[in-house]
Design a protein around this ligand. Sequence first.
Ligand code: 3EB
Length: 335
Amino acid sequence: MRNALNQSSLLPFSVTTLAEKNSAHVADGLNVLAAIGFASKARVLDECRPVFNVGLPLLTGDEYTELWSSLTPVTYGKHASITWSENGTVLFGHLLLEEADFPDLRVASETAYRHVFELLQVSGYSCLLRMWNYFPAITMQQGELNRYQTFCLGRQDALDVHGNFAYAPPAATAIGTQQAGLQLYFIAAKQAGMQLENPRQTSAFLYPRQYGPVSPAFSRATVKDWGQGKHVYISGTTSIVGHETLHIGDPSAQLEETLRNLEALLGHGDATLGLPIRVVRSLTQLKVYVHDQASLPVIQSHLENYLAGSCTAVLYLQGDVCRAELMVEVEGIYA
Ligand code: 3EB
């Protein structure tokens, strides 16, 4: 344990969850890559640095700030819609677009990803490690497709023309909000991370056509060896086994299945790549996206039981999963 702590303090950055509201002073330290808060509406809190609120309210009444701090000094800049920070080893970027400024969600999504890929190219941080995607009405049907499928089309449009997933698709989260704004944030590095897939789940990029005209471009997790040690970035994970949704209508059973998926992922990752952690309870932070506030008590008590005695920070957020039958999604980070 002591070893692990010493090691992680030498990594290029760390993520900590502070029990306070995101505000300018939180990010006043010298080496802040990003400060992320959670509120009903997505909002930029600093024009010059990635200090922002994700548009998802916390369900437990607490205030939290997710602080990404760097071991070394940070510089800041802008590219198109993106506000970025970097410390010589990792790049953090954030963008928030008004969908109303675009003809449709596909074009908004394509634009957002085009800006990301352009930045990766000009900055030299060419390898996307982890991506978060948030936008409203994710399961709403519009014409032939639902909005998640349309979002995937735009992401793929940008990838086809500007993208470079030559190494591996990033780990990712895609969650529905209740208010306007297409919001992305991400980290990238100069050397690729290792892609981790889940033996219990069909890789998302191989999903059959029934889920949409293009498969979602993400991996189940990225393991990044920074030289001094490894980080683990786990994608939004749900009650999907193979490619099928299980336990429809039962949020508690969905959470259990999700935890089995996370355990299988970490077990497989340790066996194939070697991980700094082997169990869910060793993760730095979990985010739990809950579709229906009414299912929070059962989900929270189940998870608190499962994690009893661990130091993992757990954030419960109101968010919609991209398949309407899914009531809960869980992502994790070891950083
Ligand atoms: C799934 O497992 C659930 O499109 O970027 C999870 C994480 C999901 C990321 C994305 C979608 C994405 O298929 C959905």
